[in-house]
Design a protein around this ligand. Structure first.
Ligand code: NAP
Length: 272
């Protein structure tokens, strides 16, 4: 961990961004510093984090702290949780670190799938649990969770990846239910294809996708933050009409009165 600057503390507080060394997380770091947040940037690659932190401090004058940690490693994750729990300046958590895969499950390595779950699900859950009580106590702040369109289109890529991002969406919907009346903003962001190293790591370089469906990380983050400002719980940056998401979500909610009954539905033809 290292402090790269000692400017006056931000009135907006500190934004924690995981997976901040490159891609979407690095753009969040830039944009949130420009908005006036101090930053804690987390990823494994310390050198990349330091280069970014220095540039952001030069550009914006904000305080930027760097934590080099593997959030898929239990001990390192615990250490990060401890730091975040004790930092009363934290006002925003951006759970962005994540990995994907494009191969079908049967062609995938079980340990790699397990590692994906550890990063995409376990670390996101534990960091939220570490930060949320402080936000509630201070009655301010927000949690932004980076999901994916595969949360609602799990047929597109690897199913463990899709399932992990469906978890992020459902977890965020539940968090919203739990935290909205406590003064905490909650948002799930569902990006489509974004031009980052994600695709190289996932096994399909982004150049293989039609360019008309690939967005830049800058456009994605600017749209996601606009959605956050508008108080959106779920932001789909490519979707032209937000009413389409509302209709899908309302169809889900309309199931509620019939999800749990004493007897199976008549359509199964079972004797009462
Ligand atoms: P990226 O360019 O590959 O960046 C991923 C970031 O996560 C990097 O900063 C990486 O840094 C960090 N990271 C990876 N493994 C980590 C670990 N074990 N511990 C700590 N940090 C780790 O990918 P991206 O496209 O920006 O993806 C960011 C998020 O957006 C992910 O959750 C991804 O699922 C989601 N998303 C991406 C797309 C897309 O098309 N790109 C679409 C939908 C959703 P280090 O290597 O330095 O650790």
């Amino acid at each position: 961990m290292s402090h790269t600057s000692h400017n006056q503390n931000s009135a907006l507080g500190t934004a924690v961004i995981t997976g901040a060394s490159t891609g979407i997380g690095a753009v969040y770091a830039d944009r949130l510093a420009r908005r006036g947040y101090d930053l804690i940037l987390i990823a494994r690659n310390r050198q990349r984090l330091n280069v970014l932190a220095e540039r952001i401090t030069t550009d914006t004058g904000r305080n930027v702290e760097v934590i080099a940690a593997d959030l898929g490693n239990t001990a390192e994750l615990r250490a990060v949780e401890q730091v975040l729990r004790n930092d009363v300046s934290i006002s925003l958590l951006v759970n962005n670190a994540g990995v994907g895969a494009t191969a079908p499950l049967i062609d995938s390595d079980a340990d790699k799938m397990d590692a994906m779950i550890a990063l995409n699900i376990t670390s996101l859950t534990r960091l939220t649990k570490a930060v949320a009580p402080g936000l509630i106590a201070r009655r301010r702040g927000g949690i932004i969770n980076i999901s994916s369109i595969v949360a609602v289109a799990p047929e597109l890529l690897n199913g463990v990846y899709g399932g992990s991002k469906a978890y992020v969406l459902a977890f965020t919907q539940s968090l919203y239910h739990e935290l909205a009346d406590k003064g905490i903003k909650v948002q799930a962001v569902l990006p489509g294809a974004i031009a980052t190293e994600f695709w190289d790591i996932a096994g399909l370089p982004v150049s293989n996708l039609p360019s008309k469906m690939v967005m830049s990380a800058e456009h994605l983050v600017d749209a996601a933050l606009a959605g956050y400002d508008q108080g959106e719980l779920v932001t789909l940056p490519s979707l032209p009409d937000a009413a389409d998401w509302a209709a899908a979500d309302n169809a889900r909610k309309a199931l509620a009165p019939n999800l749990s009954h004493a007897l199976p539905a008549k359509r199964f033809g079972l004797a009462a």
